[in-house]
Design a protein around this ligand. Sequence first.
Ligand SMILES: Nc1ncnc2c1ncn2[C@@H]1O[C@H](COP(=O)(O)OP(=O)(O)OP(=O)(O)O)[C@@H](O)[C@H]1O
Ligand SMILES: Nc1ncnc2c1ncn2[C@@H]1O[C@H](COP(=O)(O)OP(=O)(O)OP(=O)(O)O)[C@@H](O)[C@H]1O
Ligand SMILES: [Mg+2]
Ligand SMILES: [Mg+2]
Lengths: 255, 255
Amino acid sequence: VPRIFAVANQKGGVGKTTTAINLGAALAATGQKVLIIDIDPQGNASTGLGIDLGARQTTTYDILMAGAPLADAVQSTNVANLAIIPATTDLASADIDLVANERRIYLLQTALQTPVGRSYDYVLIDCPPSLNLLTVNAFVAADAVIVPLQSEFFALEGLSQLMLTIRDVRERANPGLRIEGIALTMHDARNNLARQVEEDARENLGDLVFETVIPRNVRLSEAPSYAMPVLDYDPASRGAQAYRALAAELLARNA
Amino acid sequence: VPRIFAVANQKGGVGKTTTAINLGAALAATGQKVLIIDIDPQGNASTGLGIDLGARQTTTYDILMAGAPLADAVQSTNVANLAIIPATTDLASADIDLVANERRIYLLQTALQTPVGRSYDYVLIDCPPSLNLLTVNAFVAADAVIVPLQSEFFALEGLSQLMLTIRDVRERANPGLRIEGIALTMHDARNNLARQVEEDARENLGDLVFETVIPRNVRLSEAPSYAMPVLDYDPASRGAQAYRALAAELLARNA
Ligand SMILES: Nc1ncnc2c1ncn2[C@@H]1O[C@H](COP(=O)(O)OP(=O)(O)OP(=O)(O)O)[C@@H](O)[C@H]1O
Ligand SMILES: Nc1ncnc2c1ncn2[C@@H]1O[C@H](COP(=O)(O)OP(=O)(O)OP(=O)(O)O)[C@@H](O)[C@H]1O
Ligand SMILES: [Mg+2]
Ligand SMILES: [Mg+2]
């Protein structure tokens, strides 16, 4: 049975997609069978793994809206052991389209409870920058949440609201939901603010914060334009090393 | 009658809030009367201008949901000539709460067409990272859109969808809506990718791209933790200089 993680934070641009793609690729490199589910209408995870717009036939939208089987939407990527369910902008109207569906928060969970869904070791769900129905679907389907946190002032402000929403979903629909870990991203150790955010986070959140810190590394932002994870684009980069370390930490926690 | 700009881009973390606060402050410093409207449930613009959570009595949510008069929600800030209408997380459910209201896309526009709304020279609306009902309200109320664009691959991907939505609103509800300009943000001229994005943007979008480029400057990310715009936090910084230049360019275009 897979371990299912929602990669979520309503603050925009904190490294959710970059974490889903590269942590996914790093887990796959160790032989784990990994599925990435893109539920962001921006479809950045799909693009970053080379799924052209024209190749997104059956998507996350079809699974949620039309009950399409997971197996129809899964596509392989150029990365061994790494598959993806792509997203399109259709997802942007999900909140409105599904408002009359009483089971609207359970749709992704139900789709994953199938033989195909259970055939993976890890499932990573890349969430949009919002605490809307799409992110709630990910929280209901997931065992735990991985929270990328940029070492910036505005990013910290949103954390308490994110935790409230996780608690709300735990009480209403998914009793086992917890935070797997908070991953500090785009971290620049030379920067006072970043060092202070790290200190505050470790002091207040303790073990919830992963040991591994993802540094700001331009190779991470270049890789998606070549439609590959940084592990393939520049395996020796600090970004690649950091995501391999994060994967190792996650594997050790879930051994 | 004010010039009303929506500061929008569904891509997360591209500098919407930072632009709304600092462009607003720079315009105010030239003697223009400026109102910032925070319509993002994260409420970052409200926090960045020192409006504590406990001080957000009448908010954007009350204007949209309960027809509260604009005058009740406007608060002064520590910056001369700069006022704000604060946001709270209540806004997160606006799409669902307003689904039955036929006038749901005109609510902000109607609120601004009052003596108080008309008493400003510039109105800047800080949008959430989404093309949802809140951003559409801003597009219907606005004369034009200011688009912060991070010099990154994923940021470019979303631009065409943003332009489609602007065109859609122009055809359905606001015939005069146009793009005021695209502001390159967090730009690092030493970085190949950033230089290439700037080249591509100017080649493909021409005059739509502001001359002024906002550099990556840590003082911009430090300023909100002191609840002040960078123009007050560090007036000599490259960030402050850039936003003063952007304000001058906007004033010249709208003279
Ligand atoms: N550690 C890093 N170093 C340098 N650049 C990074 C790093 N992580 C992410 N980036 C870049 O920063 C930008 C934001 O990252 P990303 O798109 O992954 O964030 P996100 O949280 O998924 O954004 P959104 O909220 O829009 O979904 C991207 O252009 C990405 O390439
Ligand atoms: N030019 C810049 N140089 C350095 N840091 C910046 C710059 N502009 C913005 N930042 C920082 O980058 C982060 C993202 O910026 P900001 O929050 O303004 O983006 P946004 O588009 O409003 O995000 P969201 O999509 O979550 O609303 C913030 O922590 C901000 O302080
Ligand atoms: Mg993303
Ligand atoms: Mg913002």
